[in-house]
Ligand binder design. Sequence first.
Ligand code: DQA
Length: 143
Amino acid sequence: MTGVLVLNGPNLGRLGKRQPEIYGHTTYDELVELCVRWGSELGLEVTVHQTNHEGELLDWLNEAADEATPVVLNAAAWTHYSWALYDACAQLSAPLVEVHISDPSQRPEEFRHTSVVTPHAVAVIAGRGIDGYREALQALASL
Ligand code: DQA
């Protein structure tokens, strides 16, 4: 079975409590369960992580690069400004799918309209809610 890392950046551990009008009512724990289940339905062995510490995300991406592991990445706010994240994504050899629960390009804050991840992604799935993670896994499974 192909291993896939689903990596989540800052504040996504508070899903379900955090601005539910934007991010919905699914909790982070439910998201983890869903991703593992969706993955196994697609023949993927999914491991899900979340961190509020940028270096930890970079370490996971470095491991993904070493092991050529495909990645689904919601880097949350780091998406919009972290050049260290840009560099970490640039070195990946297996496919990377960028996912966002909301659609940052349609949100009023100008800073959300830039992504350092997109140049390295084979697909960007945004504004599909939690189901976007399923679509991202499907995109990887179909490659
Ligand atoms: C987000 C969108 C980002 O702009 C924001 O900083 C997040 C979540 C999303 O999933 O919609 O934290 O990545």
